[in-house]
Design a protein around this ligand. Structure first.
Ligand SMILES: [Zn+2]
Ligand SMILES: [Zn+2]
Length: 262
């Protein structure tokens, strides 16, 4: 197995006591490469430092500004985000996007922040990692308006992380060149609808993620998630696509390398 974990939050305080052991277990489980996701200005420095000091798995990071923090952008200086995103260990801008399910930020402020951070990614030619919760129509509207003027092939594009939604949304994202990130919820007994949607997506458009410490796969529900559990997502995809777990990990890792250009 050579798994590529595209979405982890290992700087979360839930890993403070055993981060090293978690990384070792990830290696033992076959995770070769990992992208650490920084979602707020407070986590940028930590995520960058962790990525740059970790040798195995090979680690990169993404510089993001989650919609939960959209109310704070007014007094924020985005030069620091530009500067950090330019560093060679930073492979993407994200997570960014819209969250209409849980966020206390207004839709207007979320959209303004989403557009601002898309512009930064465009300027620096980095892919984006999109968080979209209960906001499919607005996400597609904004992505279409942002990418319509640009040549698609030249674009760095990105991934819709923790994909949820129907086939229309999946098609819309893939038409724009986006990959779909799948994680623990794919393994839940109640997620038949999601498995149906994913079964119609070409495997060449799928990347694996855990979104740890959140969204543990079925055997670990109620517990902390970690990158080693990526094998459970790979196993579920292997059932859905009737291909071996090795093939699933090879193809999705190649997709992730294309996406992040590493
Ligand atoms: Zn997210
Ligand atoms: Zn996340």
């Amino acid at each position: 197995m050579n798994l590529f974990e595209t979405h982890a939050h290992l700087t979360d305080a839930q890993f403070d006591l055993d981060r090293e052991a978690v990384l070792n277990r990830a290696c033992d489980a076959g995770v070769e490469t990992l992208v650490e996701i920084a979602e707020s200005p407070e986590s940028w420095e930590k995520a960058q430092a962790l990525a740059e000091k970790t040798a195995s798995p090979r680690m990169f990071w993404a510089c993001g500004f989650h919609p939960h923090y959209a109310e704070r952008q007014k007094d924020f200086n985005f030069d620091d985000m530009m500067r950090r995103t330019k560093s060679s260990s930073c492979v993407a801008v994200g997570e960014i996007g819209l969250d209409y399910a849980k966020s206390e930020s207004s839709k207007e402020n979320q959209e303004a922040l989403f557009r601002k951070t898309l512009e930064i990614a465009g300027e620096l030619n980095k892919p984006v990692i999109i968080h979209c919760r209960d906001a499919q129509a607005d996400t597609l509207r904004i992505l279409r308006s942002f990418y319509s003027g640009l040549s698609r092939r030249e674009l760095c594009m990105g991934v819709i992380h923790c994909f949820s939604g129907d086939s229309n949304f999946a098609e819309g994202c893939m038409d724009l060149g986006f990959y779909l990130g799948v994680d623990g919820p794919l393994t839940y007994p109640s997620a038949k609808g999601l498995r149906d949607v994913i079964s119609k997506v070409p495997l060449e458009k799928i990347v694996l993620e855990t979104d740890c410490p959140y969204l543990p796969p079925q055997p670990f529900r109620g517990k902390r998630n970690e990158p080693a559990y990526l094998t459970h997502v790979a196993q579920k995809l292997s059932e859905i696509f009737a291909r071996s777990e090795d093939e699933i990990s090879l193809v999705t890792a190649a997709n992730a390398r294309r996406l992040f250009r590493v």
